[in-house]
Design a binder for this molecule. Structure first.
Ligand code: ZN
Length: 504
């Protein structure tokens, strides 16, 4: 084994190359951010070329013989060290990219660029037959991709691993089974209660500038650092980062007639952003920079959005200010009515509008259908009927048409199979992490009731954020909470919260 100092020197050329790769990817991210915020429509064609060029340069750099040689020369640094993590992640990135034949990569990218306009057309006409052949093609390529990437138990593992390293289909089956068994009866019980239209106060006149000011005040208190970020408007809210914690931007959208979208999207994206802003700055331009997986990332956004932002404690502090900001719409709404409004359970056909309780069943349905499609138990032409049957079974809802059903999400057209479950993984991990934070600092709930978030933020920074991608998700969660990822705390949380809200 080489000593630390000698090893640092041996890794220098590899690290230099990875830093350049990080720069190219960061430049793509800046262009992508601009495309969704300020770029005029006339920029579309040139921007597509620029992004394709940078994407190709990054890919060529990654799969080049030189990268392979530098990885071989890197050897095996001290196990557990940051260098070992850098080599492990770079090797994984390199192997994934080199395992896939160039022909398959090109076909996949071509198939999804053809599928996306077809999906849009299909959705506009609510005519599944326009999209079905594209989905068949994408599925065939996804199966092939899984084969090349390799897996032990299930081809889905290979795809899932792209978004949630080391997560397994078998584990997800167990988690979803627990959720299904507990949530389907709860949702039935709630749906059978008289409709009180609890969310009515959230609709009305909500001045955009005031919504923006209020959102900024809250996320500043959460700890979002404006000297290393900014907030702009975009059709689909997102958070983006450019190679390190120095520039982490968020976007949101406003509806002047509906309070919820901007308010909760702002909390959500700020949750993603505080994760990125608190990664160890020395990890910038290395594979350790940035959140470790989609699921862990989503745990941070949902922790701030739901566990903090939809809690009684939080609104006991912030509601008077919100009421003063919008006296016409909220003046006569008492704090408890507002709390019930933002936590209304209403099964609906649309995932992105779903409440905390029904949301996971939208994901369960997509997970099961993805498995059936990938295994060949279901063909693309049979998908709409299978979709509607499961919507009815899990949520008691039948979509009005395919546009509002099976065609609502762009993910499959974009070739993203194995991605949906990371939303539920995020929900599960959010509660597990929050409970571990409260165990370490029992005063966190009272602090939230005073509009203070220092203890929670500090615990998350110390146990999750600063590590960036150094540990795989399971190891990170086990280090932070003392246990592997586990859905039990999440289920107890849902039962307690919604049992109380609906008197179950
Ligand atoms: Zn998110």
């Amino acid at each position: 084994m080489v000593t630390g100092e000698a090893q640092n020197q041996a890794l220098r050329p590899l690290k230099d190359r990875l830093a350049i790769l990080s720069d190219v990817r960061a430049a793509s991210a800046v262009l992508g951010w601009d495309q969704q915020t300020y770029m005029p429509p006339g920029g579309v064609a040139a921007r597509a070329e620029q992004l394709a060029t940078l994407g190709r340069l990054a890919h060529e750099m990654l799969v080049s013989d030189e990268t392979g040689t530098l990885l071989d020369a890197a050897g095996d640094p001290d196990p557990g060290s940051e260098d070992a993590a850098i080599v492990r992640l770079a090797r994984r990135d390199y192997e994934r990219a080199t395992k896939l034949p160039a022909r398959l990569v090109a076909e996949t990218s071509r198939a999804s660029s053809l599928a996306q306009p077809a999906w849009e057309e299909s959705r506009a006409a609510s005519d599944w037959s326009l999209f079905a052949p594209h989905l068949e093609k994408i599925l065939e390529l996804q199966r092939e991709t899984a084969g090349y990437l390799g897996y032990e138990d299930h081809p889905y593992d290979a795809l899932l691993d792209l978004y949630e390293p080391q997560a397994k289909t078998a584990w997800l089956h167990g988690v979803f089974e627990e959720l299904r068994a507990a949530l389907v009866p709860m949702i039935r019980e709630i749906s059978a209660l008289p409709d009180e239209d609890r969310s009515r106060p959230l609709y009305g006149s909500y001045d955009e500038a005031e919504q923006e000011r209020f959102g900024r005040e809250v996320i500043s208190a959460f700890g979002y650092d404006w000297t290393r970020g900014r907030q702009d408007r975009a059709v689909h809210p997102f958070c983006t980062v450019f190679g390190g914690p120095g520039d982490v931007r968020i976007t949101t959208r406003f509806d002047p007639g509906w309070l919820s979208p901007a308010l909760f999207a702002t909390f959500h994206e700020a949750g993603h952003a505080t994760y990125e802003q608190n990664v160890d700055p020395s990890y910038a331009r290395t594979p350790l920079a940035g959140g470790v997986s989609m699921g862990v990332h989503e745990s941070q956004s949902r922790l701030w959005e739901n566990l903090v932002g939809r809690s009684r404690a939080f609104w006991s502090f912030y509601y008077p200010g919100l009421q003063k900001t919008f006296p016409e719409t909220l003046g006569a709404v008492n704090p408890e009515a507002f709390y019930r409004a933002i936590n209304e359970v209403r099964p609906s056909e649309i995932r992105v509008e779903a409440d905390e309780l029904t949301y996971n069943l939208h994901i369960l349905l997509r997970f099961e259908l993805e498995l059936d499609l990938l295994e060949g138990n279901l063909s693309a032409s049979e998908l709409p009927a299978a979709w509607n049957a499961r919507m009815e079974e899990y949520l008691g809802v039948t979509p009005e048409n395919d546009a509002k059903g099976v065609l609502q999400d762009v993910h499959w057209a974009a070739g993203l199979f194995g991605y949906f479950p990371t939303y539920t993984i995020g929900n599960v991990l959010a509660v597990q992490l929050y409970e571990a934070a409260v165990e370490a600092h029992p005063d966190i709930p009272e602090e939230i009731g005073r509009g203070e978030f220092g203890a929670l933020r500090g615990w998350l920074r110390e146990n999750v954020h600063r590590h960036g991608s150094r540990y795989d998700p399971d190891e990170l969660i086990e280090r932070a909470t003392g246990r592997p990822p586990d859905a039990t705390p999440y289920l107890s949380y849902l039962k307690a919260k919604f049992g109380d809200l609906y008197g179950l």
